[in-house]
Design a protein around this ligand. Structure first.
Ligand code: FAD
Length: 389
């Protein structure tokens, strides 16, 4: 795909996705319970073949899906994204047995996935995570031996917090500390089915209708067969997943911004004000122009980052961070301006903008807060400069 425009097939696909979101997904989303996994909605995403595409296409398609679904149904967008975030580590780093067991069910929407990295004491500084994976010798001989120096069996003990889809997911990609004091180099990723003994969780009530919760691990048993990637290399699994998903958080934001912009165009064109329409006021028209300008700039940066990802370019972390940062900050501005230009009606419960105003806030915090993205961009810039010297 050229970085700066969509081809006719992609444009038609996006229109089809927006229609599906409005006609097939929105009615299911409205029947869901805020704060809980909406399984009929996830199943419908599977039925429509959208979840399957998470594993057969790249970042560009992921972004187009997220942008288009977000335009008409943020709940469907988020349900799709979370299946991808939780299951991508299995797709990209899992063993054939793990992939065979879980990916078909994720793709059909019968198994719900989650990505468990954050902890109460480790959010932005994810490498400080403390959930312990301790070698368990009690079960020696009963489990596959992966290493010559002993049985590959651990017990997970600790907490995870702010985990989307928890505690209702069917499995979790869990990042645990296998080597104390080693920072990012001592983390291992495990695929933990929700029914493992010792794993419990509670839901958290958020500003937006996001299914999210905290998890408690009380000596949860895992074996080498549950590992995703290599021991102590789990941070790569996390960062590889985030490099794919960050531009797509930007795409989610662009979809919301476009919905807010279109609502504002319609409203300002028909709202009577001072012997004319709102749009006839130059200050209003200029605000609408600014909303459109910034939304389009963010969209281009998202497409460029996604294209760079799919082409295996060397500057993916920088582009992914830029796209996520610009698009999420832009969407906040656009939705807020849309609320202002609609006046009181935008704040009424159930109005599209009241919904978007609540939805647009969290993406500036999760998958790396805006400040963290700036840190990544600066680090990459200096590293590139030093490498060239
Ligand atoms: C709706 C929602 C869904 C989420 N889903 C998931 C999930 O599925 N899985 C998961 O693992 N986590 C998830 N999270 C957690 C999310 O990733 C963390 O909230 C995020 O990483 C920030 O961590 P924190 O909240 O602990 O904030 P902190 O790390 O305490 O940071 C607070 C603030 O401090 C500032 N700050 C922090 N570090 C820096 C820095 N280096 N430079 C400058 N300023 C800085 C920023 O303003 C930041 O917002 C979710 C969060 C939300 C809100």
């Amino acid at each position: 795909m050229p970085a700066f425009s969509l081809d006719p097939t992609q444009t038609a696909w996006c229109a089809e996705l927006r229609a599906l979101a409005a006609e097939r997904l929105r009615p299911l989303a409205e029947k869901g319970e805020p704060g809980h996994v909406n399984r009929p909605l996830v199943a419908e995403l599977g039925q429509l073949g959208l979840l399957g595409r998470l594993f057969t296409s790249g970042a560009v398609d992921l972004c187009l899906m997220r942008e288009s679904l977000a335009y008409a149904c943020t709940e469907a967008e988020t349900a799709l994204a979370l299946q991808g975030l939780g299951a991508h580590p299995v797709h990209a780093y899992g063993t054939p047995a793990q992939r065979e067991r879980w990916l078909p069910r994720v793709a059909e929407g019968s198994a719900v996935a989650a990505f468990a990295l954050s902890e109460p004491g480790a959010g932005s500084d994810a490498a400080a995570l403390e959930l312990k994976a301790e070698r368990d010798t009690a079960g020696a001989g009963q489990v596959p031996v992966a290493e010559p120096d002993g049985p590959a069996r651990w017990r997970l003990t600790g907490e995870k917090c702010w985990i989307s889809n928890a505690p209702e997911a069917d499995f979790y990609t869990v990042f645990a500390r296998t080597t104390p004091g080693a920072g990012a180099r001592g983390v291992t990723a495990f695929l933990v089915p929700a029914d493992r003994p010792g794993l419990t969780g509670t839901g958290l009530d958020m500003l937006s209708p996001h299914p999210i919760g905290a998890l408690a691990f009380d000596a949860v048993p895992v074996t080498a067969a549950d590992m995703l990637g290599e021991a102590d290399r789990g941070f790569r699994v996390a960062m590889g997943t985030l490099n794919l998903f960050r531009p797509s958080v930007g795409a989610f934001a662009v979809g919301m911004a476009q919905a807010a912009l279109d609502a504002t165009l319609a409203h300002t064109a028909e709202r009577d004000a001072f012997d004319g329409k709102l749009k006839d006021l130059q200050t209003v028209a200029h605000q609408v122009a600014e909303m459109a300008l910034r939304t389009e700039a963010a969209r281009l940066m998202v497409y460029a980052a996604a294209t760079a990802h799919d082409e295996g370019a060397g500057d993916v972390p920088k582009r992914a961070a830029m796209a996520k940062l610009l698009a999420t900050e832009t969407a906040q501005y656009v939705v807020d301006t849309a609320v202002q230009l609609h006046g009181a009606r935008a704040l009424r419960r159930g109005h599209l903008l009241e919904h978007l105003y609540r939805e647009v806030r969290a993406p500036r915090i999760y998958e790396g807060a805006s400040e963290v993205q700036r840190g990544i961009i600066a680090k990459e810039l200096y590293a590139t400069m030093e490498a060239a010297q």
